[in-house]
Design a protein around this ligand. Structure first.
Ligand SMILES: *[C@@H]1O[C@H](CO)[C@@H](O)[C@H](O)[C@H]1NC(C)=O
Ligand SMILES: *[C@@H]1O[C@H](CO)[C@@H](O)[C@H](O)[C@H]1NC(C)=O
Ligand SMILES: *[C@@H]1O[C@H](CO)[C@@H](O)[C@H](O)[C@H]1NC(C)=O
Length: 361
């Protein structure tokens, strides 16, 4: 037991040293560039807004999503202007790109994969191997499933074309990328992609909720350097951020989260219960945050800031679409569907009362 404790301490010291080297490197690097980055500051209000987008993207009625009239499309997200809605049928993924005037930002949200049961998905997550080299970065590895879901599905071309259109319509604004669970993993890869594609002058913020680990320590460090304005919100005993597992005896060989985690948890003093948001250290694997508790809760995975995450129906990969909406979209050979707002038309207005049942896929 004593030996084990010393090993952990030694590894933590190594990690601390490594992470400070990393920060040093980043600072030195930025001295050559035009702008010095301040450490990103966590904004609670922003988190409670973005979580609503990460929740709404689970809705299966595409017409209601496109016109932003779904049951989760109100409150702080009211007035959101949808630019593009993407559905990848083969991978069972969904995402959208739009403009939020109150944030003065393009908001991009991803839905995770909708497996038949979240339990099965979580169990599979345990066994995911680091089996895919992240291109262009020596030693950076990710899981091929996460990588392909973003880079090899119909979502990436959809996102890139919508961002181009959004910049034409709204000028050079911030981009905020969000998602929950598997959708968080996709949001992270998308944020990284946008920074690499659009260049470092494009402000890209990533905020994910209940996101699994994506890659190894080299990938995490690279990610932090390219997308420093990133927050990974975790909740209580949510099991998903604990997966795929992190083995602290082999910090260079295992999955490793990127920073910065924000852990929402409750503290009880007698009959008083407080909700606390802890902004964690810059290592990505702060042992005093969600790693200090066991990841044994699916219920904690399904609510963030009191907002219901995930699908509210049990059927898998259902798409409900008004036939009139399909006139605005296009379907590719694999059955993937994209609705892109036509900038020459005014905002699409559909009467969502009196419509037909729509089609299910
Ligand atoms: C936090 O975000 C909200 C919503 O975007 C914004 O109105 C507010 O000014 C931000 N607060 C700080 C301190 O940046
Ligand atoms: C991407 O998907 C295509 C078609 O499903 C497949 O042939 C190809 O091998 C995939 N690429 C990677 C890198 O896995
Ligand atoms: C689904 O959402 C509706 C409206 O938000 C709610 O009334 C209903 O109880 C939810 N169903 C489930 C199974 O959570």
């Amino acid at each position: 037991m004593e030996r084990r404790r010393w090993l952990i301490i030694a590894i933590l010291i190594c990690l601390a040293i490594c992470s400070s080297c990393r920060e040093l490197k980043v600072t030195v690097k930025h001295n050559h560039k035009h702008k010095q980055h301040d450490l990103a500051i966590y904004n609670h209000t922003l988190a409670t807004i973005l979580v609503q987008y990460a929740s709404a993207v689970y809705m299966s009625d595409l017409t209601e999503l496109f016109t932003w009239t779904c049951s989760r499309c109100n409150g702080v997200t009211e007035g959101f202007e949808m630019i593009e809605l993407m559905v990848d049928v083969k991978w069972c993924l969904q995402g959208f790109v739009g403009f939020a005037a109150n944030l003065n930002s393009i908001v991009i949200a991803f839905r995770g994969t909708q497996e038949s049961s979240i339990q099965n998905w979580v169990e599979d997550l345990f066994w995911k191997q680091l089996d895919c080299d992240y291109p262009g970065v020596d030693g950076a590895m990710v899981h091929h499933g996460f990588y392909n879901a973003y880079y090899n599905s119909s979502l990436r071309p959809g996102v890139l074309s919508a961002v181009k259109l959004a910049k034409k319509l709204y000028g050079d604004t911030n981009i905020m990328v969000t998602g929950h669970s598997m959708g968080g993993a996709m949001a992270a890869l998308c944020g990284l992609d946008l920074r690499l594609t659009l260049g470092e002058r494009q402000n890209v913020q990533v905020m994910t909720f209940g996101q699994p680990r994506i890659g190894n320590a080299v990938f995490a460090s690279y990610f932090n350097q390219i997308v420093p304005d990133t927050f990974r919100v975790t909740h209580g005993h949510d099991v998903v951020p604990h997966l795929p597992p992190y083995y602290y005896y082999f910090p260079q060989k295992t999955y490793h989260h990127f920073p910065r985690e924000v852990w929402i948890h409750t503290l009880a003093f007698g009959s008083f219960v407080y909700t606390v948001e802890t902004v964690c250290d810059g290592s990505g694997e702060d042992p005093t945050c969600s790693r200090s508790v066991s990841g044994n809760s699916i219920a904690d995975h399904l609510t963030y800031f009191g907002v219901e995450m995930g699908c509210n129906e049990s059927n898998t990969c259902r798409i409900v679409m008004d036939p009139r909406l399909s006139a605005y979209g296009r379907t590719d050979l694999d059955g993937n569907f994209v609705v892109l707002r036509d900038p020459s038309l005014s905002v699409l207005k559909l009467n969502t009362d009196g419509r037909d049942q729509g089609t299910s896929v």
